[in-house]
Design a protein around this ligand. Structure first.
Ligand SMILES: C[S@@+](CC[C@H](N)C(=O)[O-])C[C@H]1O[C@@H](n2cnc3c(N)ncnc32)[C@H](O)[C@@H]1O
Length: 212
């Protein structure tokens, strides 16, 4: 289900120009040929990630849930010259696709693809992060948040995707497992006195979180 009116989505796409244009063919091909193409960030959301990254100029970026690498490459746009982006993907086939896109990128030496379960990999990375994008299995969002918050630099930002979960969290009675997990996550973040957050109606909902 398209939660945002497709016309509005097309309009935002037409009036935004920050998404790296070299990613257009990867983006379009994934949408039209990949069985799970809908998992990919929208073109405008990719631009938003890119814009935020350019504002922050992060040295260390962590992404949980790479899919085929589109959002990682958008996030990488703001990396400092000595910066690193680490992205984690459970499915080997998608991680391979991301790695192929990374290999031909001018920033290839700054991009690290990790294949496996994020909860196992994150503690092995031994880094403090300036920008974190959480976009993997929804039932683990609270665990991811609790795991990465102590690893977030004081001026860092966490961006969380799908916080409206196709509008299912707006229902009087929330039914699906993932929608319930997202609702619990939204409550969890709101009740954390150590952070502040803003929830945006971009695509499927994005929350931006920083330490107070
Ligand atoms: C919504 S997609 C990511 C989309 C991508 N970030 C983008 O914006 O284009 C979520 C991805 O998380 C991966 N994933 C699911 N569970 C995971 C886990 N436990 N650890 C790492 N990745 C996981 C899925 O295989 C899927 O490719």
């Amino acid at each position: 289900m398209d939660f945002i009116n497709p016309l509005a989505n097309n309009y935002t796409q037409a009036y935004s120009n920050v998404t790296p244009s070299y990613l257009k063919s990867l983006y379009e091909e994934t949408l039209s040929t990949h069985e799970h193409g809908h998992l990919q960030s929208s073109w405008t959301q990719g631009g938003f990630l890119s814009f935020i990254s350019k504002m922050l100029s992060p040295t260390h970026i962590l992404e949980i849930g790479s899919f085929i690498g589109f959002s990682a490459l958008c996030l990488a746009e703001g990396l400092t010259d000595n910066g690193e982006l680490h992205t984690i993907e459970l499915r080997e086939e998608d991680a391979k696709k991301a790695q192929t896109a990374f290999d031909i990128n001018p920033r290839s030496k700054q991009l690290y693809m990790h294949v496996g379960a994020a909860k196992e990999i994150i503690p092995t990375l031994n880094k403090k992060w300036d920008l974190i994008f959480i976009d993997a299995d929804k039932t683990s969002y609270i665990d991811y948040y609790n795991l990465v918050l102590p690893l977030l630099n004081d001026k860092g930002i966490i961006i969380v995707d799908n916080v409206l979960f196709h509008g299912e969290v707006l229902e009087d009675s929330i039914k699906g497992k993932s929608a319930k997990a997202i609702q619990a996550f939204n409550e969890h973040v709101l009740s954390d006195p150590s952070t502040e957050q803003v929830m945006l109606t971009i695509r499927d909902g994005l929350t931006l979180i920083r330490k107070k």
